[in-house]
Design a protein around this ligand. Structure first.
Ligand SMILES: NC(=O)c1ccc[n+]([C@@H]2O[C@H](COP(=O)([O-])OP(=O)(O)OC[C@H]3O[C@@H](n4cnc5c(N)ncnc54)[C@H](OP(=O)(O)O)[C@@H]3O)[C@@H](O)[C@H]2O)c1
Length: 324
């Protein structure tokens, strides 16, 4: 496993991190024993960064992680997230920031995360979503920095709203964020325009999520695949969305023929080829996915010619508001 520095936090994080959404909820049937084995395998192989959230199974993902880490001696950094108080998701431009992320609400949510993770101090606390409308009054971030000075959390981040990732650029430049969590993959390459260069300039740590476009860029799905009803992808890829995505994956597969990379390896090496990226939190559900994803870190860097070929697969898909 190779390691990179997570921006101004100075933390040395593994290139491949563990995305712990599916081990909490929303991805259909998931055995806890598979989740525990996956986490253990990933830690055995040098993974030292886990991303979770309060909403992943209402604390279930955080609790599984905490139980696994109690049995381990390695230092593993855990980043969690708190959602805004009840209301539209993503937050609407008309939402009042002080209603959705009041100090009282933030403190209570962070305390719940601390209980779930069984820790006094959270390594990294991220707001789960945001709206550009709140940039004029980013009070929740002042509150998080206060929690930092109180020793309740160590680092402050936000996970981008997927319909407007660039909304965080202002906050990065103004020094509000230690880290940013964003979508960057072979389809969604827009962050290369500004978000990633600004992260480098402002020394903000970059945590990349959804490198497989929710599993599709692993190349294992066909256009007629039916996801179970309790897998959020049954909505996300509803109608002709899956078939359209798979057709694009097949075009990528043609382009990587003879490269020696499999589809999952291509998806991860492409993301890791950007110098602003600190870690890629691949969603992992079992031991095989843990070892398969982690071994990509030790492969040689992707040749420039292949990176250039893959850049042509950018897909400026409009945000699927009713899908998720
Ligand atoms: N708003 C937010 O803040 C937000 C939103 C989304 C995600 N996240 C974070 O980012 C993490 C990563 O995103 P994600 O999990 O949504 O999507 P992802 O990483 O694009 O896809 C993960 C899925 O791909 C499949 N997979 C993983 N490795 C594989 C391999 N080697 N071979 C074949 N299939 C493989 C697994 O599902 P199947 O086997 O079932 O296909 C896995 O759950 C999440 O776990 C979460 O921590 C945050």
């Amino acid at each position: 496993m190779k390691y990179r520095i997570l921006g101004k936090t100075g933390i040395r994080v593994s290139e491949i991190g563990f995305g712990a959404w599916a081990i909490g909820s929303h991805w259909g049937a998931q055995n806890v024993s598979d989740s525990v084995e996956a986490l253990d395998k990933a830690i055995d192989l040098g993974m030292n960064f886990i991303d979770t959230a309060l909403v992943y199974g209402n604390g279930k993902s955080e609790q599984i992680i905490s139980e696994v880490l109690k049995e381990r001696s390695e230092k593993v950094v855990v980043a969690t997230k708190i959602p805004p108080a009840d209301g539209p998701w993503p937050p609407s431009p008309y939402c009042n920031v002080e209603e959705r992320y009041s100090e009282k609400y933030i403190r209570t949510a962070v305390d719940t995360c601390r209980k779930n993770l069984d820790t006094d101090c959270i390594d990294m606390l991220q707001l789960h979503t945001w709206t550009r409308a709140w940039n004029r009054n980013p009070k929740p971030l002042d509150i998080l920095h206060k929690l930092k000075s109180e020793g309740i959390i160590k680092h402050v981040g936000i996970s981008t709203p997927e319909h407007d990732q660039n909304a965080l650029i202002y906050l990065m430049k103004e020094g509000y964020l230690d880290t940013v969590q964003l979508i960057y993959n072979i389809f969604d390459q827009e962050p290369a325009a500004e978000l990633l260069p600004v992260a480098l300039d402002a020394n903000v740590g970059v945590i990349v999520r959804v490198a497989f476009d929710e599993g599709i860029l692993t190349g294992k799905y066909t256009g007629d695949h039916l996801f179970p009803k309790d897998d959020f992808r049954s909505k996300y890829f509803e109608g002709d969305r899956l078939a359209r995505a798979v057709a694009r994956v097949e075009a990528i597969r043609k382009d990587i023929k003879g490269s020696g990379y499999t589809m999952p390896q291509t998806a991860l090496k492409f993301v890791l080829s950007h110098p602003a990226v600190s870690t890629v939190i691949t969603g992992i559900r079992n031991e095989d996915q843990a070892s398969g994803n982690i071994e990509v870190s030790d492969m040689p860097d992707m040749p420039e010619a292949l990176i250039k070929k893959l850049r042509r697969h950018i897909w400026l898909r409009s945000f699927w508001y009713n899908g998720k």
